[in-house]
Write a protein that binds this ligand. Structure first.
Ligand SMILES: [Fe+2]
Ligand SMILES: [Fe+2]
Length: 240
């Protein structure tokens, strides 16, 4: 890590994924909103860049977790599907079930639970559609790009003439998901359950916070590693 504070935070996490934990701790969005400098986020969060830098430097060495900067794109896309899409397919229904139970039992006392349920249902159905688009359109296109590279061919045709179009659409949907995560965090006072909350209530909050963590990693891998590398590959193939 260089000594300048004008580094892009998304790149800092791309180079060392464990730095994500530091940003999470300070509630700094490094995925959807990751194309900002360290300096900028420090001003926004009222943090001293020197302290944040020290925390970022203290994390484990780069090989503690795979950075995916040089992994084959199809391998990275497979990793996203088997790890993060599968996570959502397991957890979205189980969170929905808990949210409905908590709303039914405690909705009278805690009016925000109806809004929480509404935001979550919206996020859940958006994400389900979103994963389908990635798995049916964008990821197979990335596979064809990589195959074209191996075989010395021109880039495959993409919707609207460039892979940048479906990428832009996916990034836009990531922004929407990021907004939903933020509003769930606000509605639940940072996932802090009321003192007398029952176990289902607590489990719901814990699972929502875990969903946020997993989705941040997931979106980071796509927005900051997979998508830019795929767009660069397309450009390289078009120019040769
Ligand atoms: Fe995804
Ligand atoms: Fe995505």
């Amino acid at each position: 890590m260089s000594n300048t504070v004008s580094e892009i935070i998304a790149n800092m996490v791309r180079d060392q994924p464990l730095r994500a934990n530091v940003f999470e701790r300070h509630q700094i969005d490094y995925c959807c909103n990751g194309k900002r400098s360290l300096e900028e986020v420090c001003v926004e969060r009222g943090l001293d860049p020197k302290h944040l830098r020290a925390e970022l430097e203290a994390v484990a060495p780069a090989d503690a977790r795979q950075s995916f900067a040089t992994t084959a794109l199809t391998e990275l896309a497979d990793h996203i599907v088997t790890r993060h899409h599968a996570y959502l397919r397991t957890n979205l229904p189980s969170i929905a079930h808990k949210a409905q139970r908590v709303l039914a039992v405690h909705g009278d006392k805690y009016a925000f639970l109806a809004e929480l349920d509404r935001v979550f249902q919206g996020l859940s159905s958006e994400l389900t559609q979103h994963m389908m688009k990635e798995e049916m359109v964008l990821f197979p296109l990335i596979g064809r790009l990589e195959k074209a590279e191996q075989e010395g061919q021109a880039p495959p045709s993409a919707p609207g003439g460039s892979i940048r179009n479906p990428i832009r659409m996916m990034e836009h949907e990531h922004d929407d998901a990021g907004r939903d995560l933020k509003s769930m965090r606000q509605l639940t006072s940072n996932f802090e359950p009321p003192a007398e909350a029952c176990n289902t209530f607590r489990a719901l909050y814990a699972q929502l916070e875990d969903l946020e963590r997993d989705l941040h990693t997931h979106i980071h891998l796509e927005n900051n590693i997979l998508f830019p590398r795929a767009a660069e590959l397309e450009q390289r193939l078009a120019g040769r």
